[in-house]
Design a protein around this ligand. Structure first.
Ligand SMILES: Nc1ncnc2c1ncn2[C@@H]1O[C@H](COP(=O)(O)OP(=O)(O)O)[C@@H](O)[C@H]1O
Ligand SMILES: [Mg+2]
Length: 285
């Protein structure tokens, strides 16, 4: 009974994909905070890092293990994997090989984890498409900028009205169709703001208005995300997240940390992952 760590409970594995065809929008940072939030709740979590060039999420987790070992800390750890795209053969052979590798890994991880989180690279690839098709929840962080919004939709420069869908939204649309064909499943697409700043109130407002319009047209849920905070950049070398602070008093909490923890908790609630609401009630006590 005591061995709850990494023991899969009964039920279907929930697949979370963090994606956006844009580097630097906060995919890996958000991914790590979601992973540790789930682990802290006692869920078993596997991760697949598909960004085999940068490996930010896998390296974040490696740093966590090293820091825990060096400081004799008991930190929750996910089961981590990096999957590389196939590089040899015709494009058809590579596609087939990617599909085989991806399914084999997913099948293996489904037997041991309640959640699988897949962190995608900031560009299109076979593996990234396969991940999107398999997503139960797709999370897309966007920065507070029309450069980021441009990947979702073309916006009229004068009226800021949405004119047409663009690259990434089209890709998700295709993934949704492929998913429906595959197992009649649906993808809950959540778009979250990242790095919002009060120094930029007018732009923040415009981005907010466009995302509000867009969510109906493209069928995603637009939720509040993370503010621009130095702490999100500083935690990487230690492999820590703001979620760890409460449990391990080896870091001092500031007001900004408290606010950041609050926004992570709010995001986790907004994601509506299976089994999460019970915990939110427990945490509020
Ligand atoms: N909310 C935030 N506040 C401040 N810096 C952030 C925030 N989110 C991400 N960053 C920083 O932005 C950069 C890109 O983030 P990252 O998560 O690696 O993006 P991606 O995985 O989409 O390429 C990193 O240097 C990261 O530390
Ligand atoms: Mg990344």
């Amino acid at each position: 009974m005591g061995q709850k760590k990494m023991q899969k409970k009964k039920g279907k594995t929930h697949i979370i994909v963090v994606g956006n065809e844009k580097g630097g929008s906060g995919k890996s940072t958000s991914a790590m905070h979601i992973v540790v939030s789930l682990l802290e709740r006692g869920s078993s979590v596997s991760i697949i890092d598909l960004d085999s060039r940068q490996k930010s999420l896998a390296r974040y987790i490696e740093n966590r293990q090293i820091y825990a070992d060096q400081h004799n800390l008991k930190l929750t750890m996910p089961d981590a994997h990096v999957l590389m795209g196939t590089e040899d053969g015709t494009s058809q052979e590579m596609e087939q090989q990617d599909e085989d590798n991806f399914s084999a890994l997913l099948d293996e991880l489904k037997t041991k984890s309640e959640f699988i989180l897949i962190d995608c690279p900031g560009s299109d690839s076979n593996l990234s498409r396969l991940a999107h098709i398999s997503a139960d929840t797709l999370i897309t962080p966007v920065n507070d900028s029309f450069v980021d919004i441009d990947l979702l939709a073309k916006v009229n420069p004068d009226s800021y009205k949405v004119e047409k869908l663009s690259l990434y939204s089209e890709m998700v649309w295709e993934a949704r169709k492929a998913r429906a064909m595959k197992d009649r499943g649906t993808i809950d697409w959540v778009v979250m703001r990242n790095r919002t700043s009060s120094l930029n109130a007018k732009n923040t407002r415009r981005v907010h208005d466009v995302l509000t319009q867009l969510q109906k047209r493209v069928a995603f849920r637009y939720v509040a995300g993370f503010g621009e905070r130095v702490i999100y950049r500083e935690l990487f070398p230690k492999g820590l997240t703001l979620v760890d602070f409460k449990n391990n008093n080896h870091e001092k909490m500031t007001m900004s940390h408290v606010a950041a923890r609050q926004e992570i908790r709010r995001l986790m609630e907004a994601l509506k992952l299976p089994g999460w609401s019970k915990v939110a009630i427990a945490a509020a006590e």
